[in-house]
Design a protein around this ligand. Structure first.
Ligand code: MD3
Ligand code: FE
Length: 227
């Protein structure tokens, strides 16, 4: 059962306490509210729209059980994160349905990585998650990347989402806060291997995504490069 959400977390910016909690419990976690303004969000969505034309959303399934996720996914980059019943969680260079190579990562996202990643090599994967009104993403760790010294960088577009961030163990306490369109989250250092997930979407809170909902972009480095 999900914990109730503290009213003070239902606001745009992290409270001073949340900022302190998240950065002291998990060094390497950074929330940058409103990093992209409305015009930049529209341009980023346009660039992402071009990716989606070449690589349409598909419905991922859990390994073994084949249970469908409520989030639709696609990717850009040399590698894309995919999951299906038979193959399980993995990175691969092609779309699991069309078989085509993933389109290039949009320019604005390459620039974002250069600005914030503090890692000398470019991202290899951009996972694109589409949340409609009842989509959610259960608590998990992103552990399929060989290179854990690079951060994961997330960009939110569209409807507000209630996000949770826990610790290195599933049973660790979680903090919850709302991610808004234009927000960026950087998960580096210890936070890189923390449990996290999306509890719910607040439908109708943004007009940005056609048909309503939320798109989350995550930039990832998968393979280790020297040095
Ligand atoms: C915290 N996506 O794609 S992004 C995912 O909003 C994923 O779609 C969520 O979790 C979403 O794997 C959350 C923010 C995020 C991404 C990676 C993290 C938070 C993280 C890795 C470690 C800790
Ligand atoms: Fe994740």
């Amino acid at each position: 059962m999900a914990q109730p959400i503290a009213p003070e977390s239902l606001q745009h910016h992290l409270t001073a306490r949340e900022r302190l909690e998240s950065t002291t419990l998990l060094p390497g976690f950074q929330h940058l509210p409103g990093y992209f303004d409305a015009a930049q969000q529209a341009e980023l969505l346009r660039q992402v729209g071009q990716v989606i034309e070449q690589a349409p959303f598909y419905r991922p399934a859990m390994p073994r059980s084949g249970k469908l996720l409520s989030v639709e996914m696609t990717n850009a980059g040399e590698l894309g994160w995919v999951t299906d019943k038979d193959g399980g969680y993995r990175y691969q260079p092609t779309h699991p349905v069309t078989g085509a190579p993933w389109p290039a990562i949009p320019d604005m996202l390459i620039k974002l990585w250069r600005e914030l990643a503090g890692y000398p090599h470019p991202p290899e994967a951009c996972l694109i998650n589409l949340y409609r009104s009842s989509s959610k993403l259960g608590s998990h760790v992103d552990a399929d990347e060989e290179e854990t010294r690079a951060p994961v960088i997330s960009v939110s577009l569209g409807d507000d989402a209630v996000f949770h961030l826990g610790g290195l163990k599933r049973s660790d306490p979680k903090i919850r806060f709302v991610l808004h369109s234009g927000d960026v989250v950087v998960l580096g250092g210890e936070a890189r291997l923390a449990y996290h997930g999306v509890d719910r979407i607040h439908p109708g809170t943004s007009p940005l995504v056609p048909g309503g909902g939320r798109i989350n972009l995550t930039l990832r480095r998968v393979s280790r490069a020297e040095p």
